[in-house]
Design a protein around this ligand. Structure first.
Ligand code: GDP
Length: 295
C-alpha cells in the first residue's frame, strides 16, 4: 500500500543522513523532496505545497536545527502532518436512529455494492446489529442480483422491488419493512453512473431527502487519484455526506485520494476496502496510515 510514496519519502529523509551538521539548506532540500513525493502520489499541487509549508513553519518554530536529532524530529513533524491531512482523529459511524439508515453514494464501479455487503457484515458480526440491505439501482437488474448474492454470502436479508422504477418509494418501503421485521440498520445501495451526471445526482438527492439517513457515505475507488477528489466534491455539493469510504486500497494505488480528500471536502475517511472478500474492510485510522507510509 502506497509503496512508491513510502520509498520516495524514505529517500527524502536520506538527505539528512550522513551529514555531520544539518543545515537549513538540507532541511529545505528534504522538504522539496517530500513535496515531490506527494505530487508523485497524485496529491493536488496546492495541498502538497501547503503541506510542506506547514511542516517548515513547525520546524522553524521548534528550532529543529538546534535539537539533538533534527532528522528524527523532522520525520515526526511530517508524520503528524500526514495524520492531520488524512483527518486527524478516527471517525466512527453514527448508529443512532431506529432503524439507523445508511445511504451509499458513488460512481458505478467504485465498489458500492461490495462495500454495502462488507458494512452489513461488519455491523452484524462486530456490532451485533441486524441489518437489511436495499437494492435501489433501478437501471441494472444485474446490480440487484449482485446485492442478493452478497446478502446470501453474509446471511443478511436483501430488500428489492425489481418492477418498481422509483428508488424513493423502494427505499421508503424498505425502511417500513425493516421496522416491521426487527432490523435495526438499513443500508441503501443506490445506482451509480460511470461519471457524474445531473440525472444521477437529482435521483440520489431525492432519495436522500426522502429517507433522511443518519449516515450518507460516499464510496470512491482509491485508484482514481485526483479524479476521486473531484467526484467527491461533486457528490458532497449535493449530499453534504458524512464520510468517505476508500475502496481498492489493496491495489497498486499511489495514495493521492487518501491524502487529498479530507482537505477538499472536509469529511473524514471512515472505512477502507482492502479486497473483494466480505471481510476486507477496515476502520480508517489516520495515524496508523501515516505510520505505515513513513515505515
Ligand atoms: P459498484 O458498481 O459501485 O456497486 O461497484 P462493485 O461493488 O460492483 O465493485 C466493482 C468491482 O470492484 C468488483 O469487481 C468488486 O469485486 C471490486 N472491488 C470492490 N471493492 C474492492 C476492494 O476493496 N478491493 C478490490 N481489489 N476490489 C474491490
Amino acid at each position: 500500500m502506497f509503496d512508491n510514496l513510502s520509498d520516495k519519502l524514505d529517500k527524502a529523509f536520506h538527505i539528512l543522513k550522513g551529514h555531520g551538521k544539518i543545515t537549513e539548506v538540507n532541511v529545505a532540500d528534504t522538504l522539496k523532496e517530500v513535496r515531490r513525493a506527494l505530487l508523485d502520489a497524485d496529491v493536488n499541487f496546492k495541498i502538497a505545497k501547503d503541506f510542506t509549508a506547514r511542516v517548515k513553519d513547525k520546524a522553524i518554530g521548534q528550532d529543529v536545527l538546534t535539537t539533538l536529532q533534527p532528522g528524527q524530529l523532522l520525520v515526526k513533524l511530517v508524520k503528524d502532518e500526514l495524520t492531520e491531512l488524512m483527518g486527524g482523529d478516527v471517525a466512527g459511524i453514527n448508529l443512532q436512529g431506529s432503524p439507523t439508515v445508511i445511504l451509499m453514494s458513488g460512481l458505478q464501479g467504485s465498489g458500492k455494492t461490495t462495500f454495502s455487503g462488507k458494512l452489513a457484515n461488519y455491523l452484524k458480526t462486530k456490532k451485533n446489529k441486524k441489518p437489511l440491505l436495499v437494492a435501489c439501482d433501478i437501471y441494472r437488474p444485474a446490480a440487484i442480483n449482485q446485492l442478493h448474492v452478497v446478502g446470501q454470502q453474509i446471511g443478511v436479508d436483501v430488500y428489492s422491488e425489481p418492477d418498481n422504477k422509483n428508488p424513493v418509494v423502494i427505499a421508503e418501503n424498505a425502511i417500513a419493512f425493516a421496522k416491521a421485521n426487527g432490523m435495526n440498520v438499513v443500508i441503501v445501495d443506490t445506482a451509480g453512473r460511470l461519471a457524474v451526471d445531473q440525472e444521477m445526482m437529482d435521483e440520489i438527492a431525492r432519495v436522500h431527502n426522502a429517507i433522511k439517513p443518519q449516515e450518507t457515505l460516499f464510496v470512491v475507488d482509491s485508484m482514481t487519484g485526483q479524479d476521486a477528489v473531484n467526484t467527491a466534491k461533486a457528490f458532497n455539493d449535493i449530499l453534504n455526506f458524512d464520510g468517505v469510504i476508500l475502496t481498492k486500497l489493496d491495489g497498486d494505488t499511489r495514495g493521492g485520494a487518501a491524502l487529498s480528500i479530507k482537505s477538499v471536502v472536509n469529511k473524514p475517511i471512515k472505512f477502507v476496502g482492502t479486497g473483494e472478500k466480505m471481510d476486507a474492510i477496515d476502520v480508517f485510522y489516520p495515524d496508523r496510515m501515516a505510520e505505515r507510509i513513513l515505515g
